[in-house]
Write a new protein. Sequence first.
Length: 503
Amino acid sequence: MTARLRSRSLRTRLLVFITAVLVCVCAAMALTTVFAQRAYLMGNLDNQVSDAAERGVGGAALHPDLTRDLTFLNESGHPAGMLAARLDAEGDIINAAVVSQDAPPRSLSTAQTSALKGLAQDGSTHTRQVPGLGTYRVTALNASGVRVLAGLPMDDVLDTISGLVEVESVVAGVGLTVAGCVCAVVIRRQLRPLGRVAATAVEVSRAPLGRGQVTGLTRVPERDTDPGSEAGQVGAALNRMIDHVEASLTERQRSEEQVRRSEERMRRFLADASHELRTPLASIAGYAELMNRGTDRIEPGLAWRRVNAESARMRSLVEDLLLLARLDEGRPLQSAEVDMAALVAEAVWDARAAGAGHLWQLELDLDGPSLVLGDEARLHQVVANLLANARVHTPVGTTVTASVEVTSTTCVVRVRDDGPGIPPDLLPTVFERFTRADTSRTRAGVLEGGSGLGLAIVSAITTAHGGRIEVESTPGRTEFTLELPVTELPPTGTAISARTAPV
């Protein structure tokens, strides 16, 4: 029974349990009422029986020598159906009669008299079934040798109790029926939110999550997420779980997409690196072949210069690749205080020497020492690459400005030029490896054009120092912004006024 009940729905189980509780409560109340009423009525009847016995003893005491005398039953006031008897010393009945309605007392038969034998003469009440008369409540008294038995019928008490049981049964049945119907309606209404939550859970379970479909998952309605109710708590928890599932699947998709893009970048990187290395190797091999065929085909000095140039280009490419590999592995860099203002100034001087056809400017806006914690050589490489990028990809006569600003937490280095700008389709990938803009920007030559790793190295070194690099570009203005954390809060009173000066 319990196992079958457990297999039922929560609505059915609640209704069964509540009905069982109501039945128990109604039964307990009915039994309590019946027993209390019976005890009350029996108490009254026992008092009446005791009074009747005492009156009988008083009447019999008027003629103590007449042991069979029952004339006291002729007195008025005795209820119909009352019986009385005189007893001998052994407790046997000598004479017994019953009061009749509008008739003299009638003697009891032998069978009726036998039903009254064996009573203790101590005034205690007993219940006896008297043939032909019904159920009686009787008692026996002994007062100075006068022994009298008296009894009253229990029909009224029994009828009252039976009527009470019938009334309570009808009332309890009607009440249980009404209460069951009300409980069924209330339980159905109260469990509707839980049903909607369960329907949402079933719908979500049918979603093809294994195939990565994470968008548009059904949520529990807001009305069913009230934390004040148990169903609302379940609904809110289910919504949070769905959010976590979507977030996890979205993150997994993002990770898979990142892996796919990483693999694509790796394949492209290997292809570009192979191409970049193949070009100088092919040149070196070609010049070596010409030298092997004789000096009449090429001037030895030119051949050796080209071999050295291609070797230098290949060595630079290999060094850049090794640097990026070390940065990708997270190898620690040297750490020391670096004055970025001095470093940028030196880099601008070097860039002026390499690109005399450009106009170079330096701007300083310092509210304190421009000290950062990092690898000075690598930071110099960052600034030098930014300046070289501006020099290589802009025409002669372009103005290139390098500026340094210091705030309470960061040191900001900007490199801007008024050249043609970066093509919009190239701007999102400008910091990726082997990214070039040859189709839109002028390159100064094979050796100076670079391999497309300069800005990738800038981004990697900046990230390794806990900074960030951004670029904004429109025709006539391209600006790279480098932000690095400073080593300490700038002291007061050390401000350096901003200035712009050609270098």
